[in-house]
Design a protein around this ligand. Structure first.
Ligand SMILES: [Zn+2]
Length: 198
């Protein structure tokens, strides 16, 4: 659980639009009101042209949840809406050739008008290559020339060196960080926790 955001209003869509994670926004009836550019990239890469944005808006997110999981997801979404607390959940979403695991962070909009659902990729590798975890095994992507890792103070995603705006969830670096860590904030957490007054 994460503490309540202090922001008011809604998360700026331009921040969500450029976030590398797949993000969608639900209204209080759990209908999809927004998906970001990363959503479209994911849909196209996975052969789901009927899943790109215009086709999804207004649909219930529950339509894309397997029946057996309806209770679980509905419960989680509803609790986040009523409590104002972030709901976190890990899940697998693999394709025929690739195993993928995600961590889903469900943030209530600061004004409680709905939910922002952020899907952070944890692991992606071919099914037959279970040892490979690209993020976890390539700390060089995250350490600068001085060996310093930059981590978001709130969501603990880490910043990729030389790729501004790319924040990844790397469990190994959260569990065993290098000696030198500088704490920063990703754009989404800035807007959630440190909004511009006025
Ligand atoms: Zn963050």
């Amino acid at each position: 659980m994460t503490s309540n955001p202090r922001a008011t209003g809604r998360l700026p869509r331009e921040v969500l639009e450029t976030d590398p994670s797949v993000i969608y926004v639900l209204d209080r009836d759990l209908r999809i009101t927004y998906c970001n550019a990363a959503w479209d990239r994911f849909a196209v890469e996975n052969g789901g042209m009927d899943l790109v944005r215009p086709h999804l808006l207004g649909r219930s997110v529950m339509d894309s949840v397997p029946q057996v999981l309806h209770g679980f997801f509905e419960d989680g979404y509803r609790k986040a809406l009523s409590s104002g607390e972030t709901w976190e959940h890990s899940y697998e979403c693999s394709s025929a050739s690739t195993y993928r695991a995600f961590r889903m962070l469900t943030y209530p909009e600061p004004d409680r008008s709905g939910l922002v659902v952020v899907n952070l990729i944890l692991v992606a590798h071919p099914h037959n290559d279970v040892e490979r975890q690209p993020h976890a095994l390539e700390p060089g992507l995250y350490l600068d020339d001085f060996g310093v890792l930059k981590m978001c103070s709130h969501c603990r995603r880490v910043s990729r060196v030389g790729e501004p705006g790319q924040w990844d969830w790397v469990p190994a670096l959260v569990e065993a960080p290098p000696a030198r860590v500088s704490h920063g904030l990703c754009a989404m957490c800035v807007h959630l926790y440190y909004p511009d007054p006025g």
